[in-house]
Write a protein that binds this ligand. Structure first.
Ligand code: GAP
Length: 464
């Protein structure tokens, strides 16, 4: 795997032109920082989700998956403190009207200041001190900080009245907490129990950007793991190990991944420990992929107080009644995908510098298509199509008939297809096809009757 020698922009350009990602609402001129996944991006996304589900749901005996609603009773967000506190500090340049997050602005220009430890007054004084300049126009005059609510509001019902205001969820986690009792009751499980969810979350970010790294609509893969108070360290360590193993399974380069424990001052008041997994993106540097947080009984406690429902757990063995504690591993799916795409992109020189190819060295089980089937000549389209029909019920496969075989190989390399199968004139007589592997570019003849098994074995042998 490669990558530090290619810029963020170069790789984004490849992802957009090859169809992993499209600009959102493209035919209307787009919508700022909105992106749609094309067929390639969607397949990759499905494969990352499948791996996450296998790793965290199927292979961890304590865990189950649910799929809660995006729009929840607004009392949920009052209980969690999101209505009161899910704000970003916003300032505008008085000259060019560019808008910034005040904390990001100060952090980028005064790296020695402890910005996370500042209250709003101190942050505002720093912004107004004259030392901070607008990155766009260079002037140093800003409006006072205003708090900007990051939850998207919408309305249910036919009138836009206050009584029917609801929010698009800013995290999937709360759909899990409000279902804690339902899951325990209906699954008859005992603690520890992990409840997992994959779904969309929405945040009205002041400064979205860096392609799909920070958007207003994104997907999260979250787990709330409930256990007996006092076992916090044990389960935190368990999930740190498991998240690390998951990142290794994805195949990201070791030296592009780091684990960052939060300092005491950085921790939310209810959290006893938090670790972030970060990835070294080209050009933009280290960025957070996910966080693992010890959240104690904060969320269940808030929901119990606000809803009036008893969310305590009665231990069937010890007969103790307690409010479970929680460890939360929270992955951003879009950021994971972006890291995978950045990490796997490479431009290789071939034939002693006479030729080159763009290649995505994605792990074979994650690549959008596992296999491309190609007829060598237009005269062979029919039997090759028959072969394709045999393959694609088992694997994500593509039938590619246009251009020379060399061009088709390059096209498949550029989207990460690990195997290309060519049906040639001999295939009709000897029942064999040529299988070409993406990374080594080695070719071998394989019997058509063995092909499904061959591909299965190839995938299994490359799984981490
Ligand atoms: N329930 C905890 C929670 O939501 P978070 O750190 O705010 O924690 C978790 O979000 C993950 O979601 C982040 O590590 C990141 O990968 C992803 N994420 C958060 N905001 C995002 C955004 N605006 N665009 C894309 N991904 C985002």
């Amino acid at each position: 795997m490669a990558n530090t020698e290619h810029s963020f922009e170069e790789i984004v350009n490849h992802l957009v032109t090859s169809g992993f990602v499209y600009p959102g609402s493209d035919i209307y001129g787009g919508l700022a920082n909105s992106w749609d996944y094309g067929p390639l991006g969607t397949l990759l996304k499905n494969h990352v989700k499948d791996l996450w589900l296998r790793h965290f749901v199927r292979e961890i005996e304590y865990n189950v998956q649910i799929d809660p609603a995006i729009i929840m009773n607004p009392k949920v967000w009052e209980a969690t403190g999101h209505v009161a506190n899910f704000h970003d500090p916003l300032v505008d340049c008085k000259y060019c009207h560019s808008r910034y997050r005040a904390d990001d602005l100060v952090k980028s220009q005064c790296p020695d200041l402890d910005v996370d430890g500042m209250d709003q007054k101190a942050l505002n004084e720093t912004v107004q001190s004259g030392k901070i300049v607008c990155p766009k126009c260079g002037k140093n005059q800003f409006t006072d900080i205003r708090q900007f609510q990051m939850m998207f509001k919408t309305f249910i019902g036919v009138t836009e009245e206050k009584s029917s205001t609801v929010y698009l969820r800013p995290e999937t986690a709360q759909g899990i907490f409000v279902n804690f009792k339902n899951v325990l009751r209906t699954t008859r499980r005992k603690l520890p129990v992990g409840i997992c969810d994959i779904g969309k979350a929405f945040r009205n970010e002041i400064t979205p950007g860096n392609f799909t790294f920070r958007t207003r609509e994104f997907e999260q893969m979250e787990i709330e793991f409930f256990f007996r108070p006092g076992e916090d360290e044990k389960w935190f360590a368990f999930y740190k190990e498991n998240c690390k193993a998951f990142v290794e399974r994805l195949g990201l380069r070791d030296d592009h991944v780091r684990y960052r424990d939060h300092e005491k001052e950085e921790l939310a008041f209810y959290s006893s420990a938090t670790t972030d997994i970060e990835y070294l993106f080209p050009t933009i540097g280290w960025g957070e992929l996910m966080g693992i947080a010890c959240r104690g009984d904060y969320d269940l406690g808030r929901h119990m107080a606000r809803s009036g429902q008893d969310l305590t757990y009665l231990d069937p063995e010890t007969h103790e009644k307690y409010l479970p504690h929680v460890v939360e591993p929270s992955f951003g799916l879009d950021r994971l995908m972006l890291a995978l795409l950045m990490d796997s992109y490479d431009v290789e020189t071939l034939n002693e510098g006479k030729d080159s190819r763009v290649v995505m060295h994605l792990a074979p089980e994650l690549a959008p298509y596992t296999v491309a089937v190609m007829p060598l000549s237009n005269h062979l389209i029919e039997p090759a199509a028959e072969l394709f029909k045999k393959i694609h019920p088992y694997f994500d496969a593509i039938f590619d008939t246009t251009g020379s075989i060399g061009k088709r190989y390059r096209r498949e390399d550029a989207i990460g297809t690990p195997l290309c199968v060519t049906f040639d004139f001999d295939s009709q007589n000897d029942g064999m096809v040529t299988v070409r592997e993406r990374d080594s570019m080695k070719q071998e003849r394989v019997a058509i009757t063995d092909l499904v098994e061959y591909i299965r074995h190839f995938l299994d042998s490359r799984r981490a």
